[in-house]
Design a protein around this ligand. Structure first.
Ligand code: C5P
Length: 399
């Protein structure tokens, strides 16, 4: 299958890295056509872009020759993905506000394809409220982002704003090309991992959970173009690319992080939240010599899934819970769905010997109130892709 990107190169010092990006993409079998903004052409030349991509480099909206070769509408739609790298503050501002005063910004207005931005700018510009607004508006419109990285910048300052490295952008391009955008413009909130409920500064009460299933779901929804917020308890997994990860310890922190992330279109509660926490948390380590640890008084934690599923003003359109059971899996799961008032429950049997807990495979049954759908045993990543696809199909069309 041929894969092609239209690479918009903005006017930043990071433009030189876009040449490396073009080479990296070509190496991975992705065909690249370059568009250089006027600013971009101050840093690199159309000749080097054409030389490295092997395709004509377009520069001017009103150039008869460019338009004759390929009109800007056709150009904006011929590729499978539009990538803006470096995406300057100016380019983001124009894209967020629908301005089209040169070829690159006109392409962004005219395209019917997904757009991946690799921002690059001075840290103060990146942190400016206008840029924050523009980025969140573009995300709401379904745009994808990679980076920026944090580090020393060409201007001598330190902080976020440095363009992501060419390999990371190429990875994000491949992710975007592999999904079809069925969830683009949607916000999916996922919880994953256990929660730790402290007893004292060194001890805690927790459930078993590797976080693998929740992380895989976050990744799969992202691959379909969703904006994903992953609220994660303590796990030793790397943050999925392009996903906003909020790390928490306790159930109460997890609830607060979920509420702060609303509104969301979809809530997937995959975390193994501790149902109880120690009623008293001491600030000093309880000494065993004093016989202080023979019993723990517990108090109930908030039920995050039930609270979000019954949220008065910001209930996501689709709320999905998980049920890890060891007996009467379907019966318990259906009762849980009704009690918590979520739309679907993904039930699985975690009896010892199934290898599901901490493993890489899962056999789940989806229960939705009208019946159940048992999926065969498969890798957690496949469960996630199939679930993400099912979520996309269940959501009403966007206005
Ligand atoms: O009631 P139980 O813990 O078995 O419910 C499991 C489901 O509820 C999972 O989706 C889990 O993420 C969610 N849950 C929650 N908050 C809790 C307990 C469970 O969100 N305090």
């Amino acid at each position: 299958m041929s894969r092609s990107v239209l690479l918009l190169i903005g006017g930043g010092i990071a433009a030189y890295k876009s040449l490396l990006l073009a080479r990296e993409l070509k190496k991975r079998g992705v065909s690249v056509t370059g568009v250089l903004t006027r600013g971009g052409a101050e840093f690199i030349t159309p000749l080097s872009v054409a030389g490295l991509t092997g395709n004509q480099c377009f520069t001017d909206l009103f150039d008869l020759k460019d338009e004759a070769e390929m009109g800007h509408i056709e150009l904006s739609r011929a590729a499978d993905l539009v990538v803006a790298a470096p995406a300057t503050a100016n380019l983001l501002g124009k894209a967020a506000n629908g301005l089209a005063d040169d070829l690159a910004s006109t392409v962004l207005m005219a395209t019917d394809k997904r757009v991946l931005f690799a921002p690059a700018m001075n840290v103060r510009m990146w942190e400016h409220p206008a840029t924050r607004r523009n980025v969140s508006r573009l995300r709401e419109d379904g745009a994808l982002f990679v980076g920026p990285d944090e580090g020393e910048m060409a201007c001598g300052e330190y902080g976020p704003g440095r363009m992501a490295e060419p390999e990371a952008i190429a990875d994000a391009v491949e992710d975007a090309l592999s999904g079809d955008g069925a969830l683009s413009g949607r916000h999916v909130l996922v919880t994953a991992g256990p929660t730790h409920e402290p007893l004292d500064p060194v001890r805690y009460v927790a459930n078993r959970s590797s976080g693998k299933q929740g992380y895989a779901i976050a990744r799969a929804c992202r691959a379909l173009g969703a904006r994903v917020t992953l609220v994660s308890g303590p796990v030793s997994l790397p943050s999925p690319r392009g996903v906003e990860v909020v790390r928490v310890e306790t159930a109460r922190d997890m609830l607060a992080a979920c509420e702060a992330a609303l509104p969301a279109d979809v809530f997937v509660a995959c975390a193994a939240v501790a149902d109880y926490r120690p009623a008293v948390e001491t600030t000093h380590k309880v000494k065993k010599e004093r016989g202080g640890l023979t019993a723990i008084d517990l108090t109930e934690n908030p039920d995050i899934l039930a609270i979000i599923a019954q949220h008065e003003t910001q209930r996501p359109q689709l709320v999905i819970g998980f049920a890890a059971e060891t007996d009467d899996v379907i019966g318990h799961a259906e009762a849980k769905r009704a009690r918590k008032q979520c739309d679907w429950i993904v039930a699985n049997d975690v009896s010892p010997g199934t290898g599901i807990m901490g493993g890489d495979r899962n056999a789940v049954t989806i229960i939705n109130g009208n019946g159940e759908e048992a999926w065969e045993d498969m890798p957690k990543s496949d469960v996630s892709s199939r679930l993400a696809r099912k979520i996309a199909e269940a959501l009403p069309p966007r206005p």
